[in-house]
Design a protein around this ligand. Structure first.
Ligand code: 5GP
Ligand code: ZN
Length: 121
């Protein structure tokens, strides 16, 4: 299904395996991999397998796997330890240059937050 990809897009190339990535999870509609410049250990990007720069460019069926995949990643990365205040995460999705978007293919950042003082993480 080449029509949903852009030949020049870094993240489309990652989906197609033309550029290597550290893949975590993949479904029919979504793909997740480690950020190459992590702001924290385990910093992960979750992307729809459809090329579009902004959230509203992506059809709903390509977005439907994104949040369930994010929930699985939270468990995989051990970020949901019950009763622990020293561990958490941010979910971030930038749209447009003014909002600090650098790669024009929709991606959600899953950024672990760990309190080093408690020894967690
Ligand atoms: P943005 O600022 O567009 O929301 O974030 C783009 C993110 O993509 C950055 O955190 C950057 O480190 C990451 N990134 C850019 N190019 C690559 C790449 O080729 N591989 C991986 N794994 N991450 C990338
Ligand atoms: Zn793309």
């Amino acid at each position: 299904t080449a029509a949903v990809h852009d030949a020049t897009c870094i993240f489309c190339k990652i989906i197609k395996g033309e550029i290597p990535s550290f893949k975590l999870l993949e479904t029919e509609h979504a793909y997740s991999f480690l950020d190459i410049q992590p702001t924290a250990a385990g910093h992960t990007l979750i992307i729809p397998k459809y090329h579009g720069a902004k959230l509203t460019d992506i059809p709903d069926d390509y977005l439907q796997d994104v949040l369930p995949m994010t929930k699985k990643l939270v468990k995989l990365l051990d970020l949901d330890i019950v009763g622990q205040d020293g561990i958490g995460y941010n979910l971030l999705q930038n749209n447009g240059k003014i909002a600090h978007q650098e790669v024009p293919h929709v991606h959600f950042h899953l950024i672990p937050k760990r309190d080093t003082k408690t020894g967690l993480g």
